[in-house]
Design a binder for this molecule. Structure first.
Ligand code: IMP
Ligand code: MG
Length: 185
């Protein structure tokens, strides 16, 4: 894999800005879900960094769960919206208050399918918390209750988001300069 310094266009969101905003979201969720049976459902793999930082700032009792989905893509960086559940929840969420934790909403198709799927499990409430929102690209309506940052229509990586599965570990969100990015041979 190419060194990311070779294709990093700019740092869009610094580590400090991410951590400050995630702390605010955690406080907001802690207030809003006081006394409720909160379950955070993280969508693998992009949402992992966000989930683990967010939960550290949630001061009320809560459980975490994981789901994985695969979308039938039309290329490396676009989804068709045909989503298949590849890892289902391990617990019953019926009657519980569920927040879906996502890294980014782009067309909205992935999250819309997951919401539809989860609603068949009859949670008491169900909402979306996304770190990033590329709202310009929205093709289907998604109700977003908590959003970290609205971002422009650029391909980003780091902090859970991958560029061809690499660099999810970076502590910031960077923009890929696609002219300088070489796909692995
Ligand atoms: P959607 O179904 O079009 O909303 O796509 C959402 C999924 O596409 C996210 O969960 C990410 O995995 C991926 N994605 C969308 N935009 C980006 C990006 O800029 N960088 C990395 N992954 C992205
Ligand atoms: Mg992804």
């Amino acid at each position: 894999m190419q060194d990311y310094h070779d294709f990093l266009g700019e740092i869009l969101i610094t580590e400090d800005a991410l951590q400050k905003r995630i702390a605010e979201l955690g406080e907001e969720i802690s207030r809003d879900y006081q006394g409720l049976d909160l379950v955070l459902v993280c969508i693998l793999r992009g949402g992992v960094m966000f989930l683990t930082d967010l939960m550290r700032h949630i001061t009320i009792p809560h459980a975490i769960e994981f789901m994985a989905v695969s979308s039938y893509g039309i290329g490396n960086r676009q989804t068709t919206g045909q989503v298949r559940i590849t890892l289902d929840l391990n617990t019953d969420v019926s009657g519980r208050d569920v927040i879906l934790v996502e890294d980014i909403i782009d067309s909205g198709r992935t999250i819309a399918s997951v919401l539809e799927f989860l609603s068949t499990r009859h949670p008491k409430s169900l909402c979306v918390c996304t770190l990033l929102d590329k709202s310009e690209r929205r093709e289907v309506y998604v109700p977003v209750r908590y959003c970290g940052f609205s971002i422009p229509d650029r391909f980003v990586f780091g902090y859970g988001l991958d560029i061809d599965e690499y660099y999810r570990n970076l502590p910031f969100v960077g923009v890929v300069d696609l002219d300088r990015y070489k796909l692995n041979p």
